[in-house]
Ligand binder design. Sequence first.
Ligand code: FAD
Length: 367
Amino acid sequence: KKKYDYLIVGAGLFGAVFACEAKRAGKSCIVVDKRHHRGGNIYCEDVDGIHVHKYGAHIFHTDNKEVWNYVNSFVEFNRYTNSPVARYGDKLYNLPFNMNTFYQLWGVTTPAKAKVKIEEQRGEFAHIAEPANLEEQALKLCGKDIYEKLIKGYTEKQWGRAATELPAFIIRRLPFRFVFDNNYFNDAYQGIPIGGYNALIDALLGDTEVCLATDYFKNRAELDGVAEKTLFTGCIDEYFDYRCGHLEYRSLRFEEKRLEMENFQGNAVVNYTEREIPYTRVIEHKHFEFGKQPHTIITYEYPDSFAPGKEPYYPVNDEKNSRIYADYRQLAESVPNVLFGGRLAQYTYADMDDTVAAALALCKTEL
Ligand code: FAD
């Protein structure tokens, strides 16, 4: 018999939930991660008391009561509510589009007046029957003001292409709210773990043995020998040595700054919607946890293309990549004693609640 029941490749949220449940089921596990820290993409670095989201801002939100209760059994969550602000020129607008936004755009004070204004704005583009690109689609849905101030530049930066060159289907509908409610999410539950995401990961991993700075592929022969079964949460194309091709991703680039001031922008998330400003968002991390430190840490977020060596952030779920992934999926089925899970092995964008739900589902069938 081998030393462990499970080798878990990846100390991210998926691996950590599995490790926790495996232990509860009486199984022994060892976790390896190539990074120098646990937590995968939800890892935060503590900079003099401020938890800095190193791989992009993370806000836990869910409609899934079982998942919410599950994570709350490990850590308490604070009352953080995501309410990003958009900046265009020197004007600020609340998001998502709601009565505050309409008031800021047009001075309209009632839902009825806002609806009249939006119909008037859309009316100009009513002649567009079949939008040929994203620009036409957006204009048809919301008219010129919202499109030019809040959608065009941001979208063009995100995709690295002109809105007239982007397909219309990217925006199917625009949710308008005729109430004064800046809560970005519609989910019943949201918040940030008190003590940060690392507290959640630490609670999940407990005393499970974790080997950091250990790349599975550089120690494959040895690692394959230590456990009866493997849970792999890394990139599926790398697992199979890219034999069906490389899966594409979009990446992000972060520029972090420490400022010796208490409060830089008064909100955790500010979107910059002008095309001329190269970054899409500025994150001020302390506001996720209502921090009162005398200093602050901000991160400028830039969209970035993907290349080997860069962080794979968003899968490109187009036809070509979906086909490649299907080939890997088929290969994966034929590997005995290896489970594949998590966002990289499943080549999917999954919010944290979906990740927890998927890990718990795997535990149910496996353990
Ligand atoms: P990961 O966190 O990526 O963990 C995989 C781990 O495997 C990594 O630590 C990696 O180092 C390790 N690994 C990979 N290959 C190897 C190898 N060869 N050897 C050893 N170790 C290896 N969700 C929300 O709910 N709210 C948000 O606001 C939110 N914001 C997001 C923002 C961005 C920019 C992104 C990309 C995602 C966001 N998410 C958000 C989703 C969230 O990040 C994921 O749900 C979660 O991190 C997935 O966990 P995971 O364990 O599947 O993957």
